[in-house]
Design a protein around this ligand. Structure first.
Ligand code: N01
Length: 551
């Protein structure tokens, strides 16, 4: 139903819903609650999975856990929720995070407005009626004034790049699409390809039971200790006694965590003092070494060299065989320019008799065979192959939605040379579409639940602002979008990020434009910009009445 003639003979658009939300992970669940329960909108959520959870639904590989402390990596929107929920570990594992998201879905009665097992595959803007037509793989189409994408940043696993995967007679599992928690590695000959955050978490676990585990490493990573353990009741009580202030401090921090120890420059202190700082942060665990040591490590190569060398030394201390330690110690790219993984016992695993490191930088994988893996110089036989090869990050999930904006413009064409957004949240030519933690926003460089809440709140506030004024359509101007893209790229060019082939740069996908996908100016600067935009009546946007008023 798009337009009807009412009794006064004026055209009126009728939408099936005020808003469609895509995805039922952290973003989609909060968007549904916010728009439905606080704004009173009619909302439908489409979710491809059979239940809620998003990332935490799909990533059930052994060892999957968050790496920002759970008291921080959680929703802040409900004081009652954050007081009631008890985390059992400092960094919760995937099962507990999924339990939490299920609790949220039940507590706020969200499931009744979520359609599961249904993937959105087309979204077309109807300019005459000023609404989105959202189609699913099941063939139905609904209309809505607004679409909120909570499709996620790391939700489309990379297509395996190895010839012969389908010929392998054993089991193949993808860390990014792993639904079976009960895969038994006991006594099995296991290969794992990829040593990013997922691979590193999985390797530590699989090595505990595998008969033999072969780790195929192309690029070694700067993994540092997570220092997980049971949640400390004193820490929990202190946080809960001051949760509002803790969240405020998090939102005023670059990464969205309430850390306070960062110092200006690794180069402004003596080698002894620097070592003391690195040791303290290393022992404290989490992202303290990365984000709470020295501010210049992502900007100054010499500063970065100090921390990179420190991590290499620590790796050598933990690995018995110097030749293996040499292969595991990253070089040739700065620390932090690939997303730093956090680990438990990762390097010690390579001291076990049942674990072998295979260097596929020098002897690349040629193919997967019926029985295992063939590299340039050897054949290996396996029962199970685990692909921990990453994701088509940030833009991949949006490209899969089949988004078509004004005048038939496809998002895939508009972004052929890389994403173009205003605030990483909206796109010129694609009105009334909000991309939660989209490209060119702080997203993965900001504590995800808080980043999500900020974006959903922005969208909700914009919708409220328009409704209060009888307006229906919000769209970024091309000029504001061009300025934002230039601004985001200028900031990233001052960092060391563009030097390295990483998924931050789109460089992990053959043929994907090489461009920084993040806003690297930090969450506080970003939030201040968004606040200014709102304070100035949605500066950089046009706000209009619909061509056909909504009924
Ligand atoms: O993926 P990745 P991931 N041949 O892209 C290798 C988040 N996350 O799934 O570096 C051989 O980081 C590739 O090698 P190289 C987090 O943001 C968070 O591990 O391209 N090897 C690399 O070693 C993270 O950054 C948590 O040379 C190939 C690996 O596969 C993001 O998700 C946990 C290859 C891919 O690493 C992605 O992490 C897990 C090929 N053809 C994930 N293709 C938390 O703790 C790829 N590789 C919250």
């Amino acid at each position: 139903m798009t337009a009807i003639i009412d009794e006064q003979n004026t055209a009126t658009a009728v939408t099936d819903f005020d808003a469609i939300v895509i995805g039922a992970g952290f973003a989609g669940l909060y968007a549904l609650h916010k728009l439905r329960d606080q704004l009173g909108l009619s909302v439908r959520v489409y979710e491809a999975a059979s239940d809620v959870g998003g990332t935490w639904y799909w990533n059930r590989y052994p060892g999957a856990r968050c790496d920002i402390e759970s008291v921080h990596y959680s929703y802040s929107f409900s004081e009652e929720l954050q007081q009631d929920w008890e985390w059992s570990e400092r960094f919760a594992g995937q099962p507990e995070i999924l339990l939490y998201l299920n609790h949220v879905a039940d507590r706020f009665d969200l499931r009744k407005d979520i359609v599961f097992d249904t993937r959105v595959n087309s979204m077309v803007w109807d300019d005459d009626a000023s609404l989105w037509r959202v189609g699913t793989e099941l063939g139905d189409t609904v209309t809505a004034r607004y679409v909120i994408s909570g499709a996620g940043n790391l939700s489309v696993p990379k297509t395996p790049e190895f010839d012969g995967v389908e010929s392998f007679r054993g089991q193949v599992h993808l860390t990014g699409n792993w639904l079976d928690e009960n895969i038994d590695f006991t006594g099995q000959r296991v290969a794992i390809i990829g040593t990013g955050s997922s691979g590193i978490q999985a390797i530590s676990e699989i090595a505990k039971t595998a008969g033999h585990l072969s780790v195929f490493q192309r690029t070694p990573n700067y993994a540092t200790p997570i220092v997980n353990g049971p949640a400390d009741p004193d820490v929990i009580s202190a946080v809960k006694a001051n949760y509002a202030q803790v969240r405020e401090a998090s939102r005023n921090h670059f990464l969205g965590v309430p850390y306070t120890q960062v110092q200006p420059s690794a180069l402004a202190v003596s080698a002894e003092e620097r070592r003391r700082t690195f040791d303290e942060r290393w022992n404290a665990g989490g992202f303290q070494l990365f984000i709470d040591s020295y501010q210049d490590i992502l900007f100054d190569k010499n500063a970065n060299d100090t921390i990179a060398e420190y991590i290499r030394e620590r790796i050598h201390e933990r690995v018995n065989d110097p030749a293996v330690a040499h292969l595991l110690a990253p070089k040739g790219y700065p620390y932090g320019t690939k997303r730093p993984p956090l680990e438990t016992n990762y390097y010690e695993v390579f001291n076990q008799d049942n674990v072998t490191l295979v260097d596929i930088k020098t002897t690349p994988i040629e193919s997967i065979t019926e029985t295992g893996v063939r590299t340039a110089d050897a054949e290996y036989e396996f029962d199970i192959i685990v692909l921990a090869t990453g994701f088509d990050a940030m833009t991949g999930p949006l490209m899969k939605l089949g988004i078509v904006g004004r005048d038939g413009l496809k998002l895939s064409d508009k972004w052929a040379h890389g994403p173009r957004t205003y605030l990483g949240l909206t796109v010129s030519g694609f009105p009334n579409l909000f991309l939660i933690t989209g490209p060119q926003s702080p997203s993965v460089l900001y504590n995800m639940p808080l980043a999500i809440e900020d974006h959903v709140d922005f969208a909700a506030e914009a919708i409220t602002y328009m409704r209060d004024r009888g307006l229906d359509v919000i769209e970024a101007t091309l000029e504001s979008e061009d300025n934002w893209v230039a601004h985001a790229l200028e900031i990233s060019s001052k960092t060391l990020l563009p030097e390295t082939d990483s998924w931050y740069m789109g460089a992990n996908i053959p043929g994907k434009p090489r461009i920084c996908l993040l806003y690297v100016g930090g969450a506080p600067a970003y939030r201040a910009t968004c606040d200014d935009v709102v304070a100035n009546g949605y500066a950089g946007f046009t706000l209009d009445r619909a061509a056909v008023p909504v009924s």
